[in-house]
Design a protein around this ligand. Sequence first.
Ligand code: PGA
Length: 269
Amino acid sequence: MKPDLHKKFVVGNWKMHTTTADATHLAKEIADGLGAMNIVDRVSVAVCPPFPYLGLVGEILKGSGVALGAQNLYPEKDGAFTGEVSPTMLLDLGCKYVILGHSERRRILGESDAFINQKVRAALTAGLDVILCVGETLDQRNSGQTEAMLDRQLTQGLADVSFGVLNRVTIAYEPLWAIGNLGHHATPQQAQDAHALIRRCFARIYGEKSAQAVVIQYGGSVKPENAASMLTPYGVDGALIGGASLRADQFLAIVQAGISEAQVIGKSA
Ligand code: PGA
């Protein structure tokens, strides 16, 4: 099942960070912190540690209400694929989600939309929920290609993904120029506008109802200081957090901001 529509969906992407000790500590702090806030029924939260720590973190998170996700997979069940990790293995370790199409994998590892699409379909078939990342570069934005880029990444990334499993797909809008504190931050308005473009693309492929229903996160330098404003705009359903998810206090502060916004939405609904 996808996250509840009336809740914000906040996910921590730990990227290639932490050690056994760090991952243990961070997962405990998040589980304990969230437990103390007593809010798991008002916000959906997941963390995505590196592969080697999935089992460990999964054990710590058991019963906490924080879901486990992975940062990647290889689109085959099993076989001679040295160094790769299958959807089945991720499920076996307790993962509910997998992040696919992250810009770092597109840019550094050269992943194509077609390959990402194979992964999306393999994940959904196996039973994992997908967080599909899309976003434009600064050059693309400045030359007016944002919509075309989002459209291409969505159309190709979701090719042959049937309407019936769409409720297990979350989209993360992550403009490349806003990731990792590069000095450029998206404004709430820019996030809202891009999310509207994504919904327009969804409407074209899957119809208006799906466009309204799809959960779209914003990602790119979300911090406690800007979380409330980044989670506020209409159509921003949550956040995918990199750097700030490595500090439990910061991550929990962002989750808290998500709840406040969910409450506002709940009141006006
Ligand atoms: P950031 O990363 O929060 O460090 O900008 C976001 C992401 O890459 O998912």
